[in-house]
Design a protein around this ligand. Sequence first.
Ligand SMILES: NC(=O)c1ccc[n+]([C@@H]2O[C@H](COP(=O)([O-])OP(=O)(O)OC[C@H]3O[C@@H](n4cnc5c(N)ncnc54)[C@H](O)[C@@H]3O)[C@@H](O)[C@H]2O)c1
Length: 276
Amino acid sequence: MGGEGAAFPAISLQDDIMSDHFTLPANGSFSFAGRTALVTGGGRGVGEAVAREIHAGGGRVAVSDVDSAVAQAVAASLDPSGETAIALTLDVREKAHFLAARDQMAGLWGKVDIVVNNAGFAKRTPTQDISPEEFDAIVQINMRSVFLSCQIFSDHMRENGYGRIVNITSLAGQNGGTVASPHYAASKAGAIMLTKYFARYLAGTGVTVNAIAPGPIDTAKARLSAEQIAQVECEVPVGRFMEVGEIAAATALLASDRGGFFVGATLDMNGGLYLR
Ligand SMILES: NC(=O)c1ccc[n+]([C@@H]2O[C@H](COP(=O)([O-])OP(=O)(O)OC[C@H]3O[C@@H](n4cnc5c(N)ncnc54)[C@H](O)[C@@H]3O)[C@@H](O)[C@H]2O)c1
């Protein structure tokens, strides 16, 4: 810690990029004892990290994904007995799948306390090539899903007098993003607005609804070329992508008992790309 006037060491963006190599495993910083959580898109990436974090805090977790195999693998690695972790096949485009998840969890564990609407899909089609069908498909996955989930779980949680809904949106929904397409950006903006809508709708019932707006996350690297990765690292003021452990920790805060005074917030996690 430098005192007043202490010289800070000069750092270059290149030095900072080395931080790609550290990881932040789930550490159960927040207690989820007695809580149950549904995580969509929980079979890998951010959703998997969130499921692990809540489970590490003592919560029971339904790891859901459109890809049953990855959901199974994560749930089995958390608890092979299936007592505290189960896998659900849930396509967020399907209202019936949300209803089935609610009923299955309520049957098994009595209630659903936490829902993390994480599943999302980005397609970087050149603007002039986006068909009306593709536009609608992206909106279904990233925005309509949030509506369906909030619609279904608001009644369930209100009846229980407790609930936490966390929507994983995007920096693209705030400022258009760094490399996003218009349908993705617009759908994430809609998810942010749905967060505010349902937060007000449920305020005072014990149920909170909040969002996180991430900038580039490590998981995106697999879809980018080396040049694109280097470009993003140069553009982000902290000089790196976000680790999934970082967004899992913020999600845990919003999803925890201690997150009760966040109402309709969108937490910016963009490494300084967008300050408002
Ligand atoms: N990766 C980034 O840089 C970045 C940046 C900002 C926001 N986000 C958002 O964060 C969230 C998680 O991103 P990620 O990088 O972990 O994604 P990912 O692609 O690594 O994982 C997404 C998961 O969602 C599942 N999924 C896809 N379509 C689904 C559907 N219709 N129903 C249910 N599950 C479905 C996939 O099978 C996969 O397991 C997404 O909402 C994404 O839009 C990501």
